[in-house]
Design a protein around this ligand. Sequence first.
Ligand SMILES: [Zn+2]
Length: 508
Amino acid sequence: MSKYYVTTPIYYVNDKPHIGHAYTTIAADVLARYYRQKLGPENVWFLTGTDEHGVKIAQAAEKFEKKPQEYADDISASFQFAWDQLNISNNDFIRTTEKRHEENVEFFVSKLKEAIGPDGQPVIYKGNYEGLYCYGCEAYKTESDLVDGKCLDHPNIEPAYLKEENWFFRLSVFTDHLKEIIERGDFIVAPESRKNEVLRFIEDGLDDIAISRANVDWGVKVPFDKDQTVYVWVDALINYVSALGYKGNDDKFKTFWPANVQLLAKDILKFHAIIWPAMLLANGLELPQVCFAHGYFTIDGQKMSKTIGNVIDPNQLVDEFGTDAARYLILAQYPFGHDGDIKADDFVIKYNADLANGIGNLVSRVLGMTEKYFEGQVPKMKYSADFDVKAFWAQLDRGYSELKLYENLKAIINLVSWCDNYIDQTKPWELSKSDNDKLQQVLYNLIELIRHLALAIYPYLPETAEKINIKLNINETINSIKFDKSREIGGMKSGVKIEKGEGLFARK
Ligand SMILES: [Zn+2]
C-alpha cells in the first residue's frame, strides 16, 4: 500500500454533533494518523464534511426562521468546531452546498445519463414513482421497510405518499455484478455480519431507484432536466469523489481514489454498500476497497434520544476530561464494528484507571526515578526486558489493517500494565541500595518501552504522545519520525537528559 484515503460519512445538518458522529470521526482520525506515521503524511487523505441539501434541511431552517444556507452554515460550523476540539486531523472538509461539490454532482449525473449498463441499455430513465417516502431518512420506503406503517428509525414521522415523475437509476441491472464482487471480496463489506446483511438484501432483488425529485428546491438541479432536483442521497454520496476533484480529474483524484476505507454507521449501509458502488460501476469508476459499518450504541442501556435527555455532546466530554481523554473514552468502550453500550458513569472510572493511574502514572514514575537515581540521564544499557516489542508492533499493524481499533487500544494498555508489573517485581527503590547495574538496566528498559508507548498511542492520544516525546527529549514531532526506524528496539539513546515535568492526566 502506498497511499491511504479514509472517509467518514458527511453528517446531515439537521442536528448538532453528538457522540455518535464523534465516534466515527475519531475512528477515521486514528486510522489517518497511523497511516501518516506508516506511509508519510503526504500519502494520506482524510475526508469528512456535512450533507446540507434536502427537504428536511429546508424544513428545519424554516422552523428556526432562517434561510436554508444560513441554517446549514451554522450547523456545519458546529461540526467543524467539535472536530477542532477533538483534534481531528482531516485534510479536507466538504460541504455539499459548496460550488466545487455541486459542479461535480452535475457532472456525475450527466455521466450517468450517457452511461450504458451491463445489458447494453442506458442506466437511467424517466419514470413514475408512486409510493412512500420517509422525510426522517430522506429515503423511499416499501411496505416491507415499515412496521405498522411507520419507519423504524422515525416512528413519529408519518411516511409521505409520493406520486411524481422522477429519473430512475437501474440498480437492478447491477445485481449479479455486486453480488459477485462482494462475495469474492473485491469490494469488502465489513464486518462479516454486515456483509451477510448486504448479500441477503441483494438476493431479495434490487429495485431501480429514483435519483431525482420533483418539487424540491433545496438541492442541485438535474443538469438535463431543470424541473428535477438530484435526490439528496445521490448528491451526498458523490462527495467522496467531488472533494478530490473528480470532474477535473485532478491530481488529488488520481492519487487517492479509490478510497481505502469508507467508515459509516450501519443505518446507512445500503446506500454505501449497494447504491454507491453501483453508481460508481455505472460511471466506470473504481470501487472503494473497504466499506466498514460500525454498530449502534446505547447510553446506559437506552437508545440515545433528545426526549430521554441522554445525548452526549462531545464538546462537554472535552471540557470535562480534555481532548485526548475524550477521544480515548469514546473509543475504549467496546469493539469497533459491534453494537455496544456506553456507561456514562464509567467515564471517570476509566479515565482514572487507564489514563491517570495508567499511562500518566507510569511515565511520571519512571522518569521520576530516572531523575532521582541518575540525575535525569538515560542509563547506558541495551534493551533486555522480556516484553516482545516486535510482536507488539506486529499485533498493532495487523489490528489496523483489520480495523481492530479497540483491540489495539487494549494492547497498548497491556503494555502499560506490563511495565507496572515489571516495576513491582524488580523494585528499583531496593536496587538503588544494592545493585546499581541492575537498576540502570531496569530503568533503561522502562524508558525504551515508554518511547514505544508514545509512538503507539499517537493515533489515539496525539497530544499525550508529543508530550511524552518532549519529556524524553526527542525533538522531532512523531509525524516526521521515520516510523519503521523508530520502531526498532534500542532507539532510546543513552546519556540523553529526560525531564519528568508535569503529570499527563490529573486524577479526577
Ligand atoms: Zn425514517
